[in-house]
Design a protein around this ligand. Structure first.
Ligand code: DX5
Ligand code: ZN
Length: 228
């Protein structure tokens, strides 16, 4: 199934679960994806370290699918615009790390990227409501950021429901993304709560056929997603 056959939901595999030394081949295994989710970690904002702009630039040049960059880093004001400039379709930074989320989102949009803002499981979403139109995506973390393969935290679902209700009230087209522990066992709950954009690392790259896993996840999500 092609990405546009299930309108309204997106599946973004996280390459955190891929084989880093065979990245080109790994990217070719997920060409049914809507976006490639690229986790940038700095060992300051989260206790783990991945890669930076040089690696992401090569992924951008290699990937058949547009990039959804997730910055788990301090000082996103310094780094986020560079990821938009190298061509990432979407750049998401953490609200907890940003000095001025609205100003940063405006800079990302001005460069031509979709602007995303992420919240950790313990961070409330209500302060974002009045600025919802400034963002193209809100990422509600469904695990503590930093590592793949963790268990989905259902207690984060009320934040999605609240965001979906607020987006509906405003007639907003903002995408609501979930990231962490998303699999065939959990994606329905997230879709029912209002998520429309789903990151999955181990559930995709741990499958024998990653493209088939993407297609199966997309069908489950589409079936349970209530359009706004
Ligand atoms: C975790 C990352 C996620 C991670 C998800 O901090 O932001 O994108 O790769 O991995 P899974 O799907 O295995 O939980
Ligand atoms: Zn992520």
């Amino acid at each position: 199934m092609q990405p546009d056959e299930e309108p309204g939901v997106r599946i973004n595999p996280s390459i955190l679960a891929a084989d880093f030394v065979n990245m080109q081949a790994e990217l070719a295994r997920i060409d049914a994806a809507d976006f490639v989710h690229v986790d940038v970690m700095d060992n300051h904002f989260v206790p783990n370290l991945t890669f930076g702009p040089q690696m992401v630039e090569r992924i951008q040049a290699t990937s058949p699918v547009p990039l959804d960059v997730h910055l788990m880093i301090d000082d996103p004001e310094r780094w986020a615009p560079g990821y938009a400039e190298l061509g990432a379709a979407s750049v998401t930074f953490h609200v907890e790390a940003s000095a001025d989320p609205v100003a940063l989102a405006r800079r990302l949009r001005a460069i031509g990227a979709r602007a995303g803002v992420a919240v950790k499981p313990g961070t409330p979403v209500e302060p974002l409501f009045e600025h919802l139109d400034e963002f193209d995506q809100v990422l509600v973390m469904t695990v503590e950021p930093g590592f793949g393969g963790q268990s989905f935290m259902p207690e984060t679902m009320p934040k999605l429901s609240a965001l979906a209700a607020e987006a509906r009230r405003r007639g907003s087209a903002v995408w609501l993304q979930v990231d962490g522990g998303i699999s065939a066992a959990t994606i329905e709950r997230a879709a029912e709560a209002g998520a429309d954009t789903f990151v999955a690392g181990s559930a995709v790259f741990g499958a024998d056929d990653p493209d088939a896993a993407i297609t199966a996840l997309r069908a489950l999500a589409a079936h349970h997603h209530a359009p706004r």
